[in-house]
Design a protein around this ligand. Structure first.
Ligand code: PA5
Length: 463
């Protein structure tokens, strides 16, 4: 494992009364054993098939990469259609591993098509996309686990229709490949009928735990991401997360510390990477943490209404926006910093004759961003605020694979400590059904009646 996890500042030895005592960790041996068993003994079973996603053979990876390369060489633009767990994994990996201005690079430097991950149905966004892509040389990866999601299906219909108009039906089909549950769902049936290439998602891999399945691997292969190193990183984190001793298992330890903090009223979990390339890693974390842990009932059906609200923050940018609140506001947060030891570039601040900022001259932006992260950690710790730091030696395919796997294990362990169903999302499903009803899908007539019966009092509407 290349990542390091420093949880000193969660402990009373660093932050005083608001910290956790070592004795509390040691006393909870039964809880650790139960959480461990819930995740590790069920590894690969039921909804925990995600633990197996990095275990695919090199041969399968080679085939994927060959497919990806063929698309990469002929596409001017590559458009990924998906939402939630079917988009956030690809988004955060591309953000971390591609050039930060990938689409603006000159073609000769880009080495891969322009990339668009479309995870909203804002009509303006779709219209804007159509303004910048050449549909004739655009390739689409439609990703939906259920094959039923309105957002993704609507985008697919629009773009397939355009492709057919421009290229004719036979050629248009060559521009679409679909990632969905094998043998199930509307999109699978259409893909079979139309003859699109299909990449399967195993039945027991849920959306937000699917980044290392074909959901992520197919688009990564197209964009030339080093998939083998990413999977190797994920496997090494899996090994660390299978350690029984909580003091050696980063996901078990931080899940316990988070749950303990949550139970002490720290209901907000801030994810604060100090790297622009990791900005959307915070989005990935926010989704997996929110959708997995925000639950009404525990496994026994008892009302618990649990969860910790995730918030994203970017270092150093949000030091000038949110850190005041983190340092002096309510004691209701745990802040996770992600630090990078070696950035992908070194930028020196030159000696210059302008008589301003003399203390900065001769240093580098690398030194400055690191000093600012450590200073923020210091300020929070001094103010008695719970925080811990994940250190990445550098951001590359291997460490990103580790980080993603860590987030998945940490979430699974946290759900196990809370004794909830980590892998369902009844609240999201309710909204999906209401959308089907409102848009007039057959079979949802009762739901529509229910929606129409909701009383809106005009007296409570302003304007
Ligand atoms: O994590 C989840 O299960 C959700 O966020 C889904 O990924 C999201 O709702 C999209 O669903 P689907 O992949 O079925 O289109």
């Amino acid at each position: 494992m290349k990542l390091k996890f420093d949880y000193n500042n969660m402990m009373d030895s660093s932050i005083g009364a608001h910290g956790i005592k070592k004795a509390e960790i040691d006393k909870a041996q039964n809880a650790h054993a139960a959480a461990y068993a819930d995740v590790i003994d069920n590894s690969g079973k039921g909804w925990q098939e995600w633990t197996e996603t990095p275990m695919i053979s090199d041969k399968t990876v080679d085939e994927l990469c060959a497919f990806g390369k063929a698309i990469r060489e002929k596409a001017s633009s590559f458009v990924v259609l998906g939402i939630g767990g079917s988009a956030l994994g690809p988004i955060c990996v591309f953000n971390a591993l591609l050039h930060l201005h990938h689409n603006e690079l000159p073609a000769a430097m880009r080495k891969a098509p322009k990339l668009y991950v479309e995870d909203n149905v804002d009509p303006e966004r779709m219209a804007s996309l159509l303004d910048v892509i050449d549909i004739k040389t655009t390739y689409l990866n439609v990703i939906t686990k259920s094959g039923e999601t309105s957002e993704t299906l609507s985008q697919f219909i629009i773009l397939y229709n355009l492709l057919k108009k421009e290229l004719g039906e036979a050629a248009a089909k060559e521009h679409i490949f679909v990632t969905t549950t094998d043998g199930k769902g509307s999109l699978y049936n259409v893909a079979k009928k139309e003859g699109f290439k299909i990449f399967g998602i195993p039945a027991g891999v849920g959306g937000r735990f699917s980044v290392l399945s074909n959901v992520g691997l197919v688009p990564f292969a197209v964009m030339g991401v080093d998939v083998k190193s990413m999977l190797a990183g994920a496997r090494s984190m899996r090994e660390a997360c299978e350690r029984k001793d909580i003091y050696a298992n980063p996901a078990l330890m931080t899940a316990f510390l988070q749950v303990k903090s949550m139970q002490a009223g720290k209901n907000i979990s801030v994810m604060m990477p100090y790297a622009d390339g990791l900005k959307t890693m915070a989005d990935f974390y926010c989704q997996i943490w929110a959708e997995s842990l925000g639950k009404a009932v525990d496994k026994a059906g008892k009302t618990v209404n649990c969860g910790q609200t995730p918030a994203k923050s970017l270092g150093v940018t949000d030091q000038h926006s949110q850190v005041q609140l983190y340092t002096e506001g309510p004691y209701d947060k745990v802040v996770t910093f992600i630090g990078v030891e070696k950035y992908g570039a070194t930028v020196d601040i030159p000696q210059d004759s302008a008589d301003v900022g003399n203390f900065l001259k001769g240093h580098s932006l690398n030194e400055l961003i690191t000093a600012e992260r450590k200073s923020t950690e210091y300020a929070l710790t001094k103010a008695g605020r719970s925080n811990f730091t994940i250190i990445m030696p550098e951001v590359n395919a291997e460490t990103v694979g580790e980080l993603l796997m860590y987030f998945m294990y940490e979430t699974a362990f946290a759900g196990a400590y809370l004794d909830i169903d980590t892998f369902n999302q009844p609240g999201v499903e309710e909204g999906k059904k209401a959308t089907f009803a409102m848009i007039g899908r057959a079979g949802y007539e009762e739901k529509l009646k229910e929606l129409n019966s909701l009383v809106k009092n005009d007296a409570y509407i302003i304007g």
